[in-house]
Design a protein around this ligand. Structure first.
Ligand code: SF4
Length: 263
């Protein structure tokens, strides 16, 4: 096992333990976009599956959204050759998005909402107890910054989340893995990556800006990204302005002082 693989497996194991991502009897639907993150997630989960003292199943699921030229066969051939249980879904959301979103406007929000709905339904139909998404550490801190700077909210992406309707549980096994490590691992393995620009939509420009900003800051001080992850585990409700959060954490919402428990 390479040092990089050892490091990534350690991060997945830590994240899984801390957030109870993988549990005995789980059937995990691993969402495969065909991008590097999804391939690495699937490979690492299979390695973890062989090491843990309990049994859980994995099924890789891809959704072809009807983007012209989508080379789903690359992924399917690989899944078959590697012996994974898998399901290839096809649903033309591309036409819906083209129809509904005015030209020049970003299509991502509708496109991903439709994708999420289809995948969440598929998880229920396939009897999956968890849905694994390939977001890594950098996705999480970029989302934190995007919400902070452009959305007026202090929130990121949780490693484990129950969907609002209570039907699905989403997990992010790569939550503690850096994008650089994931990319380096994908490079060494040489997965048949499916390009992510088939839809013709430009990558979210705000996210690109945040990515560049974080890259610059992290070049200056390589601890910046790690510190941001640490900050999300080290929140001081008394030093923020959210009265509801203060109350929920046992503080007086107005004074921020600890409320003694009632007898
Ligand atoms: S980049 Fe393209 S495929 Fe991805 S969410 Fe946006 S519109 Fe959909």
């Amino acid at each position: 096992m390479s040092r990089l693989e050892y490091k990534l497996l350690g991060h997945v194991a830590d994240a899984s333990k801390e957030h109870q991502m993988l549990e005995s009897g789980d059937k995990v639907m691993v969402c495969m976009s065909g991008g590097k993150d999804s391939y690495v997630m699937l490979s690492l989960l299979r390695k973890i599956q062989k090491r843990v003292p309990f049994k859980f199943d994995i099924i890789a699921v891809n959704l072809d959204q009807g983007h012209p030229g989508f080379p789903g066969h690359l992924l399917e051939n690989w899944l078959k050759a590697e012996g994974y249980q898998y399901k290839m879904l096809t649903q033309d959301t591309y036409s819906i998005v083209l129809d509904k979103v005015p030209e020049g406007k970003t299509q991502c929000s509708l496109c991903s909402r439709l994708r999420r709905g289809i995948l969440y339904n598929a998880a229920v139909e396939l009897g999956c107890t968890k849905i694994a998404l390939g977001h890594h550490r950098d996705d999480i801190i970029e989302t934190l910054m995007l919400n902070l700077l452009y959305g007026g909210q202090l929130k990121a992406m949780p490693p484990r989340l129950r969907s609002q309707d209570g039907r699905n549980t989403v997990i992010r096994p790569l939550a503690y893995c850096s994008e650089d490590d994931v990319a380096a691992y994908a490079e060494t393995v040489g997965y048949p990556i499916i390009p992510c620009d088939l839809c013709g939509t430009q990558e979210n420009l705000k996210r690109q800006k945040i990515k560049a900003l974080l890259h610059d800051l992290n070049t200056e001080n390589p601890k910046v990204k790690g510190n941001m992850m640490a900050a999300m585990r080290n929140v001081s409700p008394s030093h923020l302005l959210d009265l509801g959060l203060r109350a929920a954490t046992g503080l007086d919402p107005i004074t921020g002082e600890l409320v003694p428990p009632t007898a």
